[in-house]
Ligand binder design. Structure first.
Ligand code: ADP
Ligand code: ASP
Ligand code: MG
Length: 412
């Protein structure tokens, strides 16, 4: 029988009623003749609570124990979903990641899926089971330890299962009815897209649009998974939601497809470092060894052989970055005057494959921000995106102004 993957995010399994509602949706697909793999997230708020407990217990925690704790939210919903389906007379059972096993790398708290053997679940389908409920977000390392895939990782579990089982489609059920031109929580002018290209979705996701985890889009693109985002709160047709697809399958699109934002950014500046070969390598190797994800980097102009080096990283990693740089300073590996952390910044980005062939997008973006009196602290660009770092208090205003200026409320 054809296989369908259905993923339910946190708000879609937030309580027993919602789990029942999600299970009914699964029942509809089973009745159509699909064998279904259901991937579940933890109940909404649960993972945040678990992360909070870990951080309170141990600020610079051992990531293996972090994973042991934060993976547990999904175990609860997987069991409850299987029970709910059984109550509806749908043959179902649950699997935790290690039972499948979802084999991952050892990079705890941001592990990558390496292999998903299909024999175990396929054999059960052959024996009359109709739904395999799998706990998302988790796997097992070569050392036999529980791993997690990074926040939002259940999306990646879903796409990886769809690829491994050759699923007809991977449906991501969430609390919005598709991918929008920007986060609908920031402006009610945000417009739902019927289709979006893998490339644009990849950029939007990596720049903060958390509707899909970046890695899930990468996998869908690589393995040609039909990926759809839709609401678990509405009745659904086969064409509902947003289809993430190849660029060639989209007839018309705006130059700018969407605006993304990321609230949890920090800007770190190292004052007065030597301006000579090897210094950047020393700084960024130390940060990488400490597990800090550096995003933007700017080196200021130098004066008398000294310069300032600015970089951005997630707010949650500021303490790690400070410790790593203080450690190389005290061991004599790097000399700098001061490390200044600005935790009140946000990143706002415009994304669109049309930028490859249209000029003037950056100029327009900067003009719009200046008209709103918003100062730009750092800029980065790629072929299909422009990102700026600004004061966090202006983030919503910037998103709204850019959405208006690029007329994203109107279809191409
Ligand atoms: P889930 O728990 O189902 O995985 P998430 O909270 O991870 O859901 O992702 C859904 C949320 O993503 C939406 O509620 C919305 O606020 C946010 N979001 C951000 N950018 C976008 C966008 N461009 N389109 C749709 N949703 C977006
Ligand atoms: N529960 C995890 C999180 O909140 C994974 C997910 O929901 O995708 O990040
Ligand atoms: Mg999510």
């Amino acid at each position: 029988m054809p296989v369908l993957v259905m993923k339910f995010g946190g708000t879609s399994v937030a309580n027993l009623d919602r789990i029942r509602r999600a299970a009914k949706r699964v029942g509809v697909e089973v009745a159509k003749g699909y064998d279904v793999i259901v991937i579940v997230s933890a109940m909404s708020g649960k993972t945040n609570e678990l992360v909070g407990w870990v951080e309170e217990t141990s600020p610079l925690f051992d990531a293996r124990e972090y994973d042991a704790v934060v993976s547990s939210g999904e175990n609860v919903t997987a069991g409850l979903m299987a029970l709910t389906l059984q109550e509806m007379d749908v043959p179902a059972r649950s699997w935790q990641g290690w039972q499948v096993p979802v084999k991952t790398s050892s990079s705890h708290s941001s592990a990558r899926i390496e292999e998903i053997p299909t024999d175990n679940i396929t054999a059960k389908f052959g024996q009359g089971m109709r739904v395999a409920v799998v706990a998302g977000f988790q796997g097992i390392s070569p050392e036999g330890r529980i791993t997690t895939l990074g926040r939002g990782g259940s999306d990646t579990t879903a796409v990886a299962f769809a690829a491994a089982f050759g699923a007809e489609r991977c449906d991501i059920y969430t609390d919005v009815d598709g991918v929008y031109t920007t986060d609908p929580r920031i402006t009610d002018k945000a417009r739902k897209l019927d289709r979006i290209s893998f490339e644009e979705m990849l950029e939007l996701a990596s720049l903060g649009a958390k509707v899909l985890q970046t890695r899930s889009v990468e996998l869908a693109m690589r393995y040609k998974v039909r990926l759809r985002v839709l609401s678990s709160f509405e009745e659904q047709s086969d064409t509902a939601g947003t289809l993430v697809c190849d660029e060639e399958d989209i007839m018309e699109s705006n130059v700018v497809a969407g605006v993304a934002h990321s609230r949890d950014e920090a800007k770190m500046t190292l004052l007065s470092v030597a301006d000579r070969p090897g210094i950047a390598a020393t700084i960024f190797s130390a940060l990488s060894d400490a597990g800090v994800n550096v995003d933007m980097i700017v080196q200021n102009i130098s004066e008398e052989g000294r310069t300032d080096m600015t970089f951005s990283c997630p707010t949650a990693q500021v303490a790690r970055a400070e410790k790593a740089l203080a450690d190389i300073k005290s061991s004599g590996g790097l000399n700098f005057a001061e490390l200044v952390a600005d935790k009140d910044v946000a990143k706002v980005s415009v994304v669109g494959i049309g930028m490859r062939s249209h000029t003037g997008v950056a100029a327009k973006m900067f003009k719009v921000l200046s008209e709103e009196g918003i100062n730009i602290k750092v800029i980065t660009t790629s072929e299909i995106k422009i990102s700026v770092l600004i004061d966090r208090k202006y983030m919503e205003l910037a998103v709204q102004a850019l959405h208006d200026a690029f007329e994203l409320d109107k279809a191409a």
